[in-house]
Each structure stands twice: as structure tokens, then as C-alpha cells.
Write a protein that binds this ligand. Structure first.
Ligand SMILES: CC(C)(COP(=O)(O)OP(=O)(O)OC[C@H]1O[C@@H](n2cnc3c(N)ncnc32)[C@H](O)[C@@H]1OP(=O)(O)O)[C@@H](O)C(=O)NCCC(=O)NCCS
Length: 255
């Protein structure tokens, strides 16, 4: 087998190390962001930036991997037989596939009472029209969905209940995201999957130059979303399921 060039090896090893050593920023407004120290071979870093696998803000000691950079790093880890973070070893995070619609419908019914759950018809429409905004975590052992987070994009700035029922409000180029459902099956809860779904979603949408992410939740969930970096905007203009909702938001860019 041909040997890898020294240059290519340094580049690949740097990419893997940057990926493996990335950590979450403690900045309370972007807890979801992952960063890595920049102290690797400068030529390799420049080359990786040239390939859009990472970016390095000027005068910063940090670098940020792009989604493509992470994807490449994961491929290399597989090639070199190196384990990833436990949660990424256990779950695959990706867009939902049309043939997984039934699963999503039944998970929604398990996770929410009938007055709050998205109906089968609305779930089907949401998946058909905005699958790129429907992130699922698939249990690699079973091949089945363990949890998901979905939403629509729009240029509107406040939440209204029609987003739950009218997938035609989805504007693929919209700068803002209305989150519509975070679901984790009971047997997968309290292990950090809900948090990972939210953070992964925010990282993806930040890279797509979105500005603002909005959601509504019951009072009992406000604390959880605050931990994820959302701010509570108070009682929402929503009558969904006949309950009182809080509107919460997270700024992810200036796009
Ligand atoms: C809410 C839900 C998505 C959380 O999923 P999860 O995978 O268990 O969440 P995580 O393990 O990532 O926990 C993240 C944080 O959420 C909080 N949290 C999760 N479940 C909670 C619960 N039942 N009560 C209070 N806080 C909770 C915890 O504070 C946790 O932070 P910590 O790790 O610092 O303690 C899941 O319980 C679920 O699907 N519930 C039914 C549907 C729902 O309520 N969705 C949200 C609607 S807005």
C-alpha cells in the first residue's frame, strides 16, 4: 500500500486532534458552540481553512470546525479506528428520511399528550416540506429513532400557533427558526440526548446563517431551555392545547 505523504498525515492528524479536543464554550449565550485550541501546525491549519473544514477568527487562539470539517474528521476516525464521544458512538445525528415518518408520528404520541401532540397529517407535511430542519438521533444499535427536534424557517420574528399546523409557512431561506417539537423516547431520557439534539441543531443552523431560534414551552421546561442558552421572553401569544406557554429565544447569528 502506498504511504501517505507527511503533509497529508499532518493535515489529517491535525484535523482529528482538533475534532477530538473540541470543547463547549462556556459563554452563556452560545453554550452550543464547540471550539478547539489553535496550537497545531500553522500550514496544516491554513490548508484546512482553505478547504472550508474550519475557520480561524483573526487574533484568536481558537479554531472552529465547520460541519463539513466534522464530517471529514468522523470519516478519518472511522478509518483510523478511533472512538468518538460516547454520545456520537451511540447515535447518528442526521436529517429524517421519508420512510421514518411513521416512527416520528408514534414518538410524538408517546412524548406528548393528545392536546399538545402534532397530528399524523401535520407531521407528514412537516417532514415532506422541511426535512432539512428535522434532526433525528438514531440509535446505531437498533437503527431506530431515539429522539428528534424539528422546526420551520421563516422571516417572522415571533411565534404563532399556525407554525404547528401549516408547513407551507416554511420558507427555506428564512433567517429565523420556529422550533416545533423536541422529543426523546422515555428509555433514552436523562442521558444528555435532548441537550445534544438542541446543541447540534443550533450549530447546524448557525452555519446556515440563521439569526434567531424561537420556541414555546410550558413553565416546567423554562429552566431546561435556559440551561441550553435560551432566554425567556415571557408568556407567549399561543393558545396551543388550551395551555399557557412561554416564548423562548436564542440568537445564533447576525446573518
Ligand atoms: C424534555 C426532554 C426532551 C428531555 O430530554 P432528555 O434527553 O432527557 O434531556 P437531557 O438528558 O439532555 O437533559 C438536559 C437537561 O434537561 C433537564 N431535564 C431533562 N428532563 C427533565 C425533567 N423531566 N424535569 C426537569 N428537568 C429535566 C435537566 O435539567 C438536564 O440538565 P442537567 O443534565 O444539567 O440535569 C424529554 O424528557 C422529553 O422528550 N419529554 C417529553 C416531550 C417534551 O416535554 N419536550 C419538550 C417540550 S418543550
Amino acid at each position: 500500500m502506498d504511504k501517505k505523504s507527511r503533509k497529508q498525515a499532518i493535515e489529517e492528524l491535525s484535523l482529528m486532534l482538533i475534532y477530538l479536543t473540541r470543547f463547549q464554550d462556556n459563554n452563556e449565550f452560545c453554550r452550543y458552540m464547540e471550539t478547539s485550541w489553535k496550537n497545531y501546525d500553522f500550514d496544516a491549519i491554513d490548508e484546512l481553512e482553505h478547504k472550508d473544514l474550519l475557520y480561524q477568527p483573526k487574533k484568536s487562539k481558537c479554531v472552529y470546525l465547520s460541519e463539513e470539517g466534522k464530517e471529514q474528521a468522523r470519516k478519518l476516525l472511522a478509518e483510523y479506528h478511533i472512538a468518538d464521544k460516547d454520545i456520537l458512538e451511540k447515535y447518528e445525528f442526521r436529517n429524517i428520511r421519508p420512510d421514518e415518518t411513521e416512527q416520528a408520528v408514534s414518538i410524538e404520541q408517546i412524548c406528548f399528550p393528545p392536546n399538545e401532540a402534532c397530528t399524523e397529517q401535520h407531521m407528514r407535511e412537516r417532514i415532506a416540506k422541511a426535512s432539512e430542519l428535522f434532526l433525528v438521533a438514531v440509535d446505531k444499535e437498533t437503527g431506530k429513532i431515539a429522539g428528534f427536534l424539528n422546526g420551520l424557517s421563516t422571516d417572522e420574528y415571533s411565534f404563532r400557533d399556525e407554525f404547528f399546523t401549516d408547513a407551507d409557512l416554511h420558507n427555506p431561506n428564512g433567517k429565523n427558526i420556529m422550533l416545533l417539537g423536541l422529543d426523546v423516547l422515555p428509555q433514552y431520557r436523562r442521558q444528555g440526548l435532548g441537550r445534544e439534539l438542541v446543541f447540534e441543531y443550533l450549530r447546524r443552523e448557525r452555519e446556515r446563517d440563521r439569526r434567531l431560534v424561537l420556541l414555546t414551552c410550558l413553565k416546567s421546561r423554562v429552566k431546561m431551555y435556559k440551561k441550553f442558552g435560551f432566554q425567556d421572553n415571557g408568556i407567549a401569544d399561543s393558545k396551543w392545547g388550551g395551555e399557557e406557554w412561554h416564548e423562548m429565544s436564542c440568537v445564533i447569528g447576525i446573518g
